[in-house]
Design a protein around this ligand. Sequence first.
Ligand code: ADP
Ligand code: MG
Ligand code: ZN
Length: 611
Amino acid sequence: MSGLTKNIFGAIITLLLIAFVFSLFYTEQKPTTVFSLDQLASKINSGEVAKITVSGNDLTIQLKDGPQATSKKETEVGLSETLKNYGVNPLALQKVNLEIKEESGFRYWASILIPSLLPLLIIGVFLWLMFRQARTGMSQAFTFGKANIKLFTQFKDRITFEDVAGLKEAKEELVEVVDFLKNPKKYLEIGARIPRGILLYGSTGTGKTLLARSVAGESNVPFFHISGSEFVEMFVGIGASRVRDLFRTAKKAAPCIVFIDEIDAVGRERGAGLGGGHDEREQTLNQILVEMDGFDRETQVIVIAATNRPDILDSALLRPGRFDRRIILDLPNINDREAILKIHSREKILNRDINLRQVAERTPGFSGADLANLLNEAAILAARKNRKEVIQQNIFDSIEKVLLGPERRSRVLSVKEKEITAYHEAGHALVATSIKNADPVHKVSIIARGRTGGYTLKLPIEETYLRTKSQFMADLAVLLGGYISERIIFGDISTGGSNDLQIASDLARKLVTKFGMSEKIGPITYGKTEELVFLGREIATEKNYSEKVAGEIDKEVRAIIEKARDLAKKIITSRNRVLKAIAKKLIEKETLEREEFDTLIKSFKLKPISV
Ligand code: ADP
Ligand code: MG
Ligand code: ZN
């Protein structure tokens, strides 16, 4: 209930109460005849009155022949006195049965107090309501300093390691932690120091939060969950006091686990950054460090933190005794992807012929979250097509949707645009199939998607964490293939390829300044990229080299691009017939799947060119 409705509610209740109290007094009075004292006196004198009951100033008169009547006496004077003043015969009065009723406490006092106190009472009630309102506001302000920790133990959807696919090393590490919390004695007796902090890192969607939750499910100890951003709110000083509160609660509940998600929100490198408010963050971070240092050997509180930006974490967090265990969560490999798909297909109705392995093959680079999303998209697609179960094609169609955003069929290409796009994509595809080291083409399409015009989807055959220089050169040539093709066929260039050129230039510059892949420049990296906390992105690259070196770098970048361009040019001019065949087929069918594309290429019996 909001404060306002509460107030109105309170006011209504009060009014109802007042009405009730009033009704108590008024309904008791039966409508009876009212005598003036004068009348009463004459009735007494004529002997009609049997009994008078006096209650305060009220007189209830019982007449001999039945009916009752009421009257009032004067306030200060006794009844007999009053009646005497009205000329009642004392003898006649003696015959009347007089009963003096002590005015009953409540009614008496109420009749005196309520009229005078009622206004005060109403004012009092309103004041009380207002105070209460203010007090809740105040106590809200006080709880700002309390950590908004959530206890995970009573979670309905308990998650265990079973629900997390892959991540084998991470799980092993965490199993140890769980075991420690279950039998701390075993470790303490042998003199082992308990790990205090475990830092999970990996890119978004790799399952950090999921894994931490599964630890909660496995260990059966209290699990406190807070997100880094919750430490820092509007008021200065809140963060640190929340940290204190969190650890106080945790120590009371030990053995237990504290999970700080997205710790980079508070744990950024101190003393960096432009924006205001990072003082607050520093205080919060300092408090975390202080609290973790304050654990003694026996404290059975384990702090797990997660981040996708380990590079920007303050180095103090990583020192021994703090987050000294670090677990890296990699993007899933093909087996893991299959396992993740299996887990997420549990609640979905899939066709019997679905082959999740094939889906896994087509989704390198997808994170766990992407895969979960993929299956969901597939289910939505199937439902939209009024299917009762999800078929393989629904999943395949969703892969690109997850990759590139929804298909924009509504964007109609003019005939000319379609031709240009077809030759552009054919250029990419031809160069990609021609070069030995390039990734094979999985799909070519001139249907616009997301922000790209058409696209050529090429995927590595196997996952590679390392790429060689010749692979990069192949990538560059493929990137430039679209641009070259347009130039050769139309003698003109459209804006469609500018994104390719941008990517190519960036890649070439990286080869020279980061990967040391240029002969002339040699194995030195240039430029220190500094993270500006305020914007949270790489925006400033400090130039730590001279103008002369800068010139050389530019020259090398240009040389690399030119080499790639020449390669692409050579392929496209010498294999012009193939280019035209691909483009024609694209204009006709708009999308070529891998099999169609391969059959088309095979008929030309091309020899792979090595870089
Ligand atoms: P992060 O915290 O690393 O950004 P999450 O833990 O929030 O990622 O993962 C998002 C979702 O992706 C999870 O809820 C889960 O559905 C799915 N997911 C990610 N990794 C896995 C995995 N290894 N096994 C099963 N599901 C996963
Ligand atoms: Mg997360
Ligand atoms: Zn392109």
